[in-house]
Design a protein around this ligand. Structure first.
Ligand SMILES: NC(=O)c1ccc[n+]([C@@H]2O[C@H](COP(=O)([O-])OP(=O)(O)OC[C@H]3O[C@@H](n4cnc5c(N)ncnc54)[C@H](O)[C@@H]3O)[C@@H](O)[C@H]2O)c1
Length: 349
């Protein structure tokens, strides 16, 4: 703490600029450090943003995350580096006494997920995983409606992640890597939303994969259907494709015994059908539209929750166990798609 504010650092300056903006706007924090190992000259986008946010004059700039580890002034770090580095960086930062807000996916590896969880338990640090669907207004409302029984008993749920990666390799094309399976790297958004909305543990996963779009990418599949059986009996389906030709979206449908919800992350309205709306003349239950705010990358809400957790003891609904269970659910469906056999999903982290 300095000047009555938590001292924040942002590690990785692509998506990291959303975190920069959120810390800048939040009165609990002072953005003290930004860190990115990219050597000068910087890529045009990064250089432009450093100027746009006046970072050269207002924050310290590091090139190695170990400089943050060794900076006693830093309280909180957003880890927004390519996925492969999350585990090493999060663990070292927490060992050094920092709290961490880590971008999704928490990691690409189950053993690393367990190691991060063990570090959180041992060090007692605050750790939050930045799964943005948990802060998307339509998805928050859908989850609330399911929980209060607006559609009766939920029995079937489908979510999706459709994002063509052809031009989204990232700085240095880091996404174009065999270790970054699309269902874990990007599809974790939809898997996490499915888990969060159904609000129960997944027991078993199955999956089918196909590759027809990113033919020169070193991954076995660019598109998936993942199927999940929850312990409470709900069945779930996740469509994930990094190769389809259509706009980016996460359309999701929830089916209950008394109604259905259709929502996505980019529409200003969602649809609800419910038994009370039954139209006997037409023998059908029409959908009504509910207006919702569109806020697809609500990093402001994530940073606000981080401040509330650290300073005011708020509940952390996106803790390390949640992050690890989403990694495990993705990994199980990927394994099933390769072996053709259902896979039990690990939940004990
Ligand atoms: N929440 C979301 O919706 C969302 C969206 C995009 C990306 N992400 C996640 O954010 C992370 C970064 O993705 P991105 O889109 O910003 O990628 P990017 O390629 O746009 O930017 C990554 C930045 O990290 C830097 N970098 C490279 N190696 C690093 C290291 N070892 N330590 C720190 N920084 C390093 C690069 O120089 C680059 O500036 C990934 O984990 C990704 O999955 C989340």
């Amino acid at each position: 703490m300095k000047n009555g504010k938590l001292q924040a650092a942002v590690l990785g300056l692509g998506e990291g600029f959303r975190h920069v903006k959120a810390y800048r706007e939040n009165p609990d924090f002072e953005l003290a450090v930004v860190c990115d190992p990219h050597p000068d000259p910087l890529p045009e986008r990064l250089a432009r943003r450093l100027v746009e946010y006046d970072l050269a004059n207002t924050t310290r700039r590091y090139h190695d995350y170990k400089e943050i580890v060794n900076d006693p002034e830093i309280d909180v770090v957003s880890v927004v580096s390519p996925d492969f580095y999350h585990a090493e960086q999060c663990i070292a930062l927490m060992e050094a006494g920092k709290d961490v807000l880590c971008e999704k996916p928490m990691t690409l590896d189950l053993d690393e997920a367990a190691a991060i969880a063990e570090t959180v338990r041992r060090t007692g640090r605050n750790f939050m995983i930045a799964h943005p669907t948990r802060y998307t207004p339509a998805f928050i409302l859908a989850r609330k409606m399911i929980a209060r029984g607006d559609i009766g008993e939920l029995f079937m749920a489908e979510t999706e992640y459709a994002h063509n990666y052809r031009l989204a390799g990232g700085v240095g094309n880091w996404r174009k890597d065999k270790r970054r399976d699309p269902l874990l790297g990007g599809g974790c958004h939809a898997v996490d939303f499915l888990r969060w909305a159904v609000d129960d543990l997944i027991d078993e996963a199955f999956g089918y994969g196909v590759k027809k779009g990113l033919l020169d990418w070193p991954v076995d599949f660019d598109s998936y259907f993942a199927l999940y059986k929850f312990k409470n009996g709900v069945i779930g389906k996740v469509m994930c494709s990094t190769a389809v030709s259509r706009p980016y979206t996460m359309r999701s449908v929830f089916y209950g015994t008394k109604g259905t919800i259709i929502c996505d992350n980019l529409s200003p309205e969602m649809q609800l059908s419910s038994v009370p709306f039954f139209d006997s003349k037409n023998d059908s239950t029409p959908f009504i539209s509910i207006p919702v705010e569109v806020n697809n990358h609500n990093v402001e809400a994530q940073v606000k929750l981080m401040g509330d957790i650290i300073l005011r003891g708020a509940e952390n609904h996106a803790d390390v166990v949640e992050g690890a269970r989403t990694v495990a659910a993705c990994a199980a469906a990927i394994e099933a798609a390769h072996t053709g056999k259902p896979v039990k999903v690990r939940n004990d982290f």
